[in-house]
Design a protein around this ligand. Structure first.
Ligand SMILES: Cc1cc2nc3c(=O)[nH]c(=O)nc-3n(C[C@H](O)[C@H](O)[C@H](O)COP(=O)(O)OP(=O)(O)OC[C@H]3O[C@@H](n4cnc5c(N)ncnc54)[C@H](O)[C@@H]3O)c2cc1C
Length: 413
């Protein structure tokens, strides 16, 4: 069966829904196709973490978060900036606030009310939704092919907008299966890689056969936060924050922030090295003086605990990462407390990551986000080749690119 559809938006995440909104507002007949039974599943998951919609910092530092892609992201954000995004949410009945870190959240910290109001408005504007439609590419004569519960459906729209997401959390719908299909059609696609991801450690002094922590350390500390702490690595200046110990490594906000630098080191050198400051509030001199302070009959652990208030987890990290000789040499131990080396062996798989690096390269696109190799096909959202840290940058770029691609599409009609 082949049905005429005016404009097909494939992928009902934030980018696809925003594109559908712009297209419907311009009077186009739009159908949003999605593989899942409902749209916006990853958006709803983001709501579990408070839904960090965007960031209040000025445009220049904001686009700087996109690193090598800042120049390509800047025009998208000029078309839909932080104020526009906040006004858009307010028009849906969702007021936002700026947190102490500058991050912007809905007042109720939830995604569901926003998504519900948005879908209602989209339906009222005439947007149709075709769920359980998994796009699988094109037929030889250019029709879109969908796997549906009723068998294959072919659709021949006037134009197509792809907003299929990256490859993280595939259980929510975006599985990156599109990457080889587009590449086979001559589209330049950078390999999909984990971004804002965790890492496996190893080898460690206590588990020289690594990777991973020693069983004793993992059993005792997996799931616990390391805080306060500062982390630095090549290409990432020392930054205070916190992260979490996992069964085989580390994850959490500070690790995500450093993840691009760490991933690149691993790709280049086979492993990455970072340094931790376990006592960021104390000077090296003070730490050395406390470590050297006579401890009488006390064990080294209780000495460090009482003089430096080291938590069991931070003590555990020292025992995991230093040899016995290093632990017993006061200057070496004091230096390690301020600059503890940790080797990372691999990034966790993209399926577990918060977001995806890589995707359709901007060089493969016109300014209106149309694929040069496939005229009439537009691309938006996380399937584009950009990456950014957490902080609201990801959703902002998805919304902004959804709008830009829809406007690019309208300009060609
Ligand atoms: C745990 C978690 C928390 C996050 N928190 C935040 C946050 O607080 N702030 C922030 O800015 N970002 C956050 N993000 C990132 C943000 O959610 C994503 O960047 C964003 O959802 C990507 O939007 P998108 O529209 O490009 O793709 P997606 O939201 O992934 O949507 C893609 C859609 O395409 C559909 N699809 C995929 N392939 C096909 C196919 N072949 N056929 C049909 N349909 C298909 C999928 O089912 C899906 O509905 C978080 C991510 C995760 C995993």
């Amino acid at each position: 069966m082949s049905s005429p559809i005016s404009i097909a938006v494939i992928g009902g995440g934030p980018a696809g829904l925003m594109a559908a909104e712009v297209l419907a507002a311009a009077g186009q007949a739009v159908t949003v196709f999605d593989a899942k039974p409902s749209v916006g599943r990853k958006f709803l998951l983001a709501g579990k973490g408070g839904l960090n919609l965007t960031h209040s910092e000025p445009l220049e530092p904001f686009v700087g978060r996109f690193g090598a892609r800042a120049a390509q992201i800047a025009p998208l954000l000029r078309g839909f900036d932080v104020d526009a995004l906040r006004a858009w949410a307010a028009a849906l009945g969702v007021d936002t606030f700026v947190g102490t870190s500058g991050r912007v959240f809905p007042k109720d910290l939830k995604a569901a009310p926003l998504l519900r109001a948005w879908l209602q408005r989209l339906r009222a504007a005439g947007v149709k939704f075709a769920m359980r439609h998994r796009w699988t590419g094109w037929t030889d004569d250019g029709a879109l092919r969908f796997d549906t519960p009723d068998g294959e459906r072919l659709v021949t729209p006037r134009a197509t907008l792809l907003a299929l997401g990256g490859a993280s959390w595939p259980q929510l719908g975006s599985d990156g299966a599109w990457a080889p299909w587009l590449a086979a059609r001559g589209v330049d696609v950078a390999p999909l890689q984990p971004a804002n991801c965790g890492f496996d450690v190893g080898p460690t002094a206590a588990h020289a056969g690594g990777p991973g922590w020693s069983e004793r350390f993992a059993t005792e500390f997996a799931g616990q936060p390391v805080k306060p702490v500062a982390l630095e690595t090549a290409g990432f200046a020392a930054r205070p924050g916190e992260f979490v110990i996992t069964a085989s490594g580390i994850e959490g906000s500070l690790v995500y922030a450093a993840s691009a630098a760490l991933r690149e080191q691993i790709a280049r050198d086979g492993s990455a090295k970072l340094h931790l400051d376990l006592l960021p509030q104390l000077t090296p001199e003070r730490v050395l003086a406390d470590v050297k302070h006579p401890r009488g009959s006390r064990s080294l652990s209780s000495h460090l605990k009482s003089r430096l208030h080291l938590s069991p987890l931070k003590l555990g990290l020292l025992h995991e990462l230093l040899t016995r000789e290093q632990m017993l040499d006061a200057p070496t131990l004091a230096a390690a407390l301020k600059h503890l080396p940790l080797t990372l062996h691999a990034a966790r798989p993209v399926a577990e990551a918060i977001s995806t690096a890589g995707g359709v390269r901007f060089e493969a696109l016109t300014d209106g986000l149309m694929l040069r190799a496939l005229p009439g096909v537009f691309v938006a959202g996380e399937m584009l080749d950009w990456e950014a840290p957490t902080g609201g940058y990801l959703l902002t770029a998805c919304f902004a690119s959804g709008r830009a691609a829809a406007q690019g599409l309208l300009a060609t009609l």
